[in-house]
Design a protein around this ligand. Structure first.
Ligand code: NAD
Length: 340
């Protein structure tokens, strides 16, 4: 029987997760929620997703906008096996009380603190440990990117030390209230919270992170410096490992992808999701091994990288027969991330 899923919160992450769930062969999307009418609520209706009211939402506002409402959040939650909470930062913690009262399995996002759920989750990193839990938190976009890279490097060569500088986008493209619009803003939490967040997946990873925020909306970029315990044979061996791992996309030098603008132009050409780049993006020319010291850049599309992880988290919670490799393959095939 298909896993019945609700998506609570239909913004940047929620609308992508809803589409991704609707595409899975073993899942049914029973509805999404909005607090107010908006173009996104309209799109939910146009896509045929039953629309429910969350928070303080009033049905008369939706009726006035000509948007049919199927009920309130509670009505939706009573029909499903799993809810994916995609509400804004910190609202998930409040919503958790509703899910707990109903005894419902729930997935939260990286804007919540780790203690919102029984475990933090990354599909390549700790699927087996997450299996059978009742609540999971899919870690943030940056943490997801680092955790995926860790699941390539750590088992193969071991990691003695990992320093990351995160160059963070200022806002998502549709956000107009955040900045800076001109400036480079160091984050004075030293080291930044991202390292400890990665350790919610890999508790003993010797990683330290620092971050700056820059005026761009497209993607984050991580500059990584890793000291490996058992040095690989050369840069080619490292590239081959990244290339062989799902959810990594490598650009060759001849593709002339100079930076994040061309990465996102490729995503628009390719047309997956909302013209998304759900993989970790590496440049082959941006990976260099010198002895045991590995340097590499990776770009992270903040709006979409966590989408496949949310789908896998649903299986980890609700499908006792699911395996990490099987779930990743099913998810990625349904999303179009894997060819034939
Ligand atoms: P968003 O603001 O784009 O969307 C949140 C949606 O939730 C909005 O539609 C809002 O109307 C709705 N909402 C408000 N109150 C609600 C309530 N009480 N119940 C249900 N829905 C409610 O936010 P987002 O960027 O999609 O972020 C959602 C979560 O995902 C956050 O935890 C965030 O940290 C995390 N996240 C965001 C990004 C990103 O770059 N945008 C990346 C990774 C993780």
């Amino acid at each position: 029987m298909a896993i019945r899923v609700a998506v609570n919160g239909f913004g940047t992450i929620g609308k992508r997760v809803a589409d991704a769930v609707a595409r899975q062969p073993d899942m049914t999307l029973l509805g999404v929620t909005k607090t107010r009418p908006s173009f996104e609520a309209r799109r939910a209706v146009e896509k045929g997703y039953p629309l429910f009211l969350a928070g303080e939402g009033s049905s008369s506002e939706f009726e006035a906008a000509g948007l049919p409402v199927a009920g309130r959040l509670d009505d939706l939650l009573r029909q499903v096996d799993v809810v994916v909470d995609c509400a804004p930062d910190k609202v998930g913690k409040e919503n958790a009380k509703i899910y707990r009262a109903l005894g419902l399995k729930a997935i939260f996002q990286g804007g919540e603190k780790a203690d919102v759920a029984e475990a933090s989750f990354n599909a390549l990193g700790n699927f087996d440990a997450a299996r059978g839990k009742r609540t999971l938190r899919v870690v943030s976009c940056n943490t997801t990117g680092i955790a995926r890279a860790a699941s390539v490097l750590r088992p193969r060569w071991g990691v003695d030390d990992w320093q990351v500088t995160l160059v963070r986008r200022a806002s998502d493209p549709a956000e107009t209230k955040r900045g800076p619009i001109n400036g480079i803003m160091p984050t004075f939490q030293l080291p930044s919270h991202h390292g400890p967040d990665v350790r919610t997946i890999f508790p003993d990873l010797p990683i330290a992170t620092t971050a700056v925020v820059v005026p761009t909306t497209l993607m984050h970029v991580h500059a990584n410096h890793v000291r490996l315990r058992r040095p690989p044979g050369g840069t080619a061996e490292v590239l081959a490992a990244f290339r062989a791992t799902p959810r990594f996309h490598l650009f060759a030098g001849w593709e002339r992808v100079e930076g994040t603008p061309q990465v996102m132009e490729y995503a628009r050409d390719r047309g997956i999701g909302f013209n998304d780049m759900m993989e970790n993006v590496l440049w082959e020319d941006g990976v260099r091994l010198e002895g045991a010291e590995l340097h590499f850049f990776q770009a992270i599309h903040q709006e979409s990288i966590v989408v496949p992880e949310n789908v896998d988290a649903i299986r980890a919670l609700a499908d006792p027969a699911a395996t990490a490799a099987g779930s990743v393959e099913t998810t990625d095939r349904a999303l179009g991330l894997r060819r034939a």
